[in-house]
Each structure stands twice: as structure tokens, then as C-alpha cells.
Design a protein around this ligand. Structure first.
Ligand code: RFL
Ligand code: PHB
Length: 394
């Protein structure tokens, strides 16, 4: 049987960053990932890093490329009534966000781990957790060469995303799950075209929400609100560009720059929170424990905030025999998680059009948008949530 201190399941932002936090404290880890390195490095997902996420990566010496290539944004635009209404994040909060693709962070974290001589078990199949309520949990899996493997650890970190196996290893009687499914989805595309605006644009439009984001001076990331049962095959490139141009149109001649579409995908929208995030020696972090609709740009940042708390809690548990931070882990994380859940729900329900649109709800949404952009108090509330609340949010 192999041996490590912390077995980490999942090589997304949560699992990889936790491995670095623990390594910085001299704690030994094994990282198991179901997919190949190629797959996880090219999965297009989040784009917005809160200032706290950037500061943490920088503090660990993991932000060299992010500092060179990331796009620092001091504002964002809410677009409605065919006009722009800018939220000046920097003036309202003194903070900014950085646009840098999640898969770039994943690439940087993988490269940094491999550079220290530690590897990642990619293509680990049939991962199973055992003996979680003892001091010596074990993990079994089938490796990329078909070999049966068994690992004994002092703790297991379930960083395997929403569809992983770790949350399911907690008995249903020990879990309370809060779940909310939205009646819409996002069709996301990556276009080889320079961004059409220097910042992100969140429009409200009678035909539904759209989002203008970016990855670099040459790559635009765009999203369209669609029905949850929409088929990608029904969306030709021409139809996508037409719909984006319609929903992003303004009266002052905004033009959407077009280019070849490099990637297309449909993502359902859901809010989900698991209470507890800990069962015996198993600790959940990131999407394994909670998900948010992407409108608030919070998912990856919440994963980072969880492991920023889990790393020290595991060090205290395993090295100082102090179980208090581990015992407080769920409660301390969930306080900040629920704030982000609310903010993501707020942004989502303010900006999306319901399938059977209700003129009354339209007017409420528009009123909320006008209030948010005309009241400094309301704009500051949006801004401080968007740039990210402190890690130690009570
Ligand atoms: P991940 O990234 O899903 O990583 C989990 C990893 O676990 C692996 N895995 C397993 N490994 C071993 N055994 C198993 N049985 C396994 N099952 C799964 C998976 O292959 C994967 O590698 O979770 P993590 O680390 O918690 O990170 C969470 C973020 O990925 C997620 O919250 C964000 O992508 C959400 N999100 C956004 N977040 C932001 O902060 N800002 C954004 O702008 C933003 N935009 C988005 C988003 C998510 C989106 N989609 C596609 C869901 C935009 C979109 C469209
Ligand atoms: C992205 O760039 O992918 C992105 C940006 C902001 C969001 C969601 C996704 O709210």
C-alpha cells in the first residue's frame, strides 16, 4: 500500500492549489485526476480572478505569467436601454479584477508542481474512498496503465468538482443539500477576434442575456442565454453572431468584432450548496461542495477561498494535533459561500429573461439595473461583491 499525508482527488483549481499550499508547509500529497493532462489544460471555463485570488497566487510565487498576460480591469459595463452604464470597480472599492483564463491557471499550477519533481496521477479511473471516519482513510483507483492502486492517507481532500465521487461518499443522512435550477443555460463561444470593448459587458435585452468577455487582446469569450434543452447543432456560427449582435446593440454604434469560433459549449445554470463540507477525514472544496451560476464570476474564486482555509486546517490537524480549524471548516467556508450564492443569484435574476417573459418582472429588472447604476450605495454593493470579499469574510 502506498502512503501520503493528504490524498487530493481532482486536479482543477481547488485540488492543484491545495497541493501547493500544503507543499509550502512541507505536507506530502498525492493528486489523482480522472482526465488527461491535455484535457484539463484545455477545458475552457472561468475568466475572472478576484483580487484576493490573484494575491494568493502571487504570494505562492505562482503568478508570473498571470502578471504578464492577465488583463487588469477597473470596471465593468451593465448595458440596458441600448446604452452603457459603467460600474467603476476601482473607484468604488479601490480594487480591480484580473481576466486570466482558468485553464491558464491550471497550466501554471501543473507546471509548477511538476517542476518540483512531484507528479499528478492523470487518468485515474474508478477512484473510491474508504474508512473515512478513521485516522487512516484509504483511496483505491485504477491507474492509466490498468494497475490496481491503493493509497493510505491521513486525510482526503475531495476537489473533484460537481460530478465527482467524493461528495457521494458522505452518507446522505449526514448531508443537507440546497439546490436551485434555473430555467435557462449559457451557450459559450471562444472567438478568434479582438475584444469589441476594453471591459466586460453584461447586457439586459428583451431577447435574453448575453456576455462580452475576453481571454487576450486576440481572443473574445462570449455567451448567450439559451433554453436549458437547446441543442448546439441548432446554433450555426452565423446564428450565434446574429444573436450576439442583436443583444449587444446600442444606439451609439457599438460594433461586435467577429472571427472564427474556436470552441462552443452549453452550460446549465444551477445553484447548489452542501452542508457539511467535512465527513471524518474527508474535506470537500470548490465545486464538489457548492456551485453558482456563472453570472457573478464566483465559482473558481470560491474554490480558491475554500482551499485557502483548508490548507492551514490540515496543517493544524496533521502537524500540530489541533483539530479546531478542521472542525470549524464547514461553518467558516459556508458563510462566505452563501454570500457568493446570493450575489450570483442576484446578478443572474437581474439580467436573464424568463422563458415565458413577464412584463412586470421586466420592469422590476430594469428598475433594479437603473438603481444599481444611479445610486452610489447600490453600485458599491455590486462592486464589492464582484471584486471579491476578504477571505476572512465572517
Ligand atoms: P473543477 O474545475 O471541476 O475540477 C474538478 C476536477 O476533478 C476531476 N474529477 C475527478 N478526478 C478523479 N476522480 C474522479 N472521480 C473525478 N471526478 C472529477 C475533474 O476532471 C476536474 O479536473 O472544480 P474546482 O477545482 O472546484 O474548480 C471550480 C471551477 O472549475 C468552477 O467553479 C468555475 O469554472 C466556474 N466558472 C467561473 N468561475 C469564476 O470564478 N469566474 C468565472 O468567470 C467563471 N465562469 C465558470 C465560468 C464555469 C463555467 N462552466 C463551463 C461550468 C463560466 C462557465 C461557462
Ligand atoms: C468568462 O470570461 O468566461 C466569464 C466572465 C464573467 C462571467 C462569467 C464568465 O460572469
Amino acid at each position: 500500500m502506498e502512503r501520503t499525508e493528504v490524498a487530493i482527488v481532482g486536479a482543477g483549481p481547488a485540488g492543484l492549489l491545495l497541493a501547493h499550499l500544503l507543499q509550502a508547509e512541507g505536507v506530502d500529497t498525492v493528486v489523482l485526476e480522472a482526465r488527461s493532462r491535455e484535457y484539463v489544460e484545455h477545458r475552457v471555463r472561468a475568466g475572472v480572478c478576484e483580487h484576493t485570488t490573484v494575491a494568493l497566487l502571487r504570494g505562492l510565487g505562482l503568478a508570473d505569467r498571470l502578471d504578464r498576460e492577465g488583463l487588469v480591469h477597473g470596471g465593468l459595463t451593465l448595458r440596458f436601454d441600448r446604452a452603457d452604464h459603467r460600474i467603476d470597480l476601482a473607484a468604488l472599492t479601490g480594487k480591480s479584477i484580473t481576466v486570466y483564463g482558468q485553464q491558464e491557471i491550471v497550466k501554471d499550477l501543473i507546471a509548477a508542481r511538476l517542476a518540483t519533481g512531484q507528479d499528478i496521477e492523470f487518468e485515474a479511473a474508478d477512484v473510491r474512498l474508504h474508512e473515512l471516519t478513521t485516522d487512516a482513510p484509504t483511496v483505491t483507483w485504477t491507474d492509466a496503465h490498468g494497475g490496481a492502486r491503493e493509497l493510505r492517507a491521513d486525510a482526503v481532500a475531495g476537489c473533484d468538482g460537481f460530478h465527482g465521487v467524493c461528495r457521494a461518499a458522505i452518507p446522505a443522512s449526514a448531508l443537507t443539500c440546497y439546490d436551485h435550477v434555473y430555467p435557462y443555460a449559457w451557450l459559450g463561444v471562444l472567438a478568434q477576434a479582438p475584444p469589441s470593448h476594453e471591459e466586460l459587458i453584461y447586457p439586459w435585452h428583451p431577447r435574453g442575456f448575453a456576455l462580452h468577455s475576453m481571454r487576450s487582446p486576440e481572443l473574445t469569450r462570449l455567451y448567450l442565454q439559451v433554453n436549458p434543452d437547446e441543442r448546439l447543432d441548432d446554433w450555426s456560427d452565423a446564428r450565434i453572431w446574429d444573436e450576439l449582435a442583436t443583444r449587444l446593440a446600442t444606439d451609439d454604434g457599438f460594433t461586435l468584432r467577429q472571427g472564427p469560433l474556436l470552441e462552443k459549449g452549453i452550460t446549465p445554470m444551477r445553484s447548489f450548496v452542501t452542508e457539511t463540507m467535512r465527513h471524518g477525514r474527508l474535506f470537500l472544496a470548490g465545486d464538489a461542495a457548492h456551485i453558482v451560476p456563472p453570472t457573478g464570476a464566483k465559482g473558481m474564486n470560491l474554490a480558491v477561498a475554500d482551499v485557502r482555509r483548508l490548507g492551514p486546517a490540515l496543517v493544524a490537524l496533521l502537524r500540530k494535533n489541533d483539530s479546531r480549524p478542521a472542525e470549524a471548516y464547514t461553518e467558516r467556508c459556508l458563510s462566505r459561500v452563501w454570500r457568493a450564492e446570493h450575489f450570483s443569484y442576484f446578478m443572474t435574476t437581474m439580467l436573464h429573461r424568463f422563458p415565458d417573459a413577464d412584463p412586470f418582472v421586466d420592469q422590476l429588472q430594469l428598475s433594479q439595473l437603473r438603481y444599481t447604476t444611479r445610486s452610489t450605495a447600490a453600485a458599491t454593493s455590486l462592486a464589492e461583491n464582484y471584486v471579491g470579499l476578504p477571505f476572512d469574510w465572517p
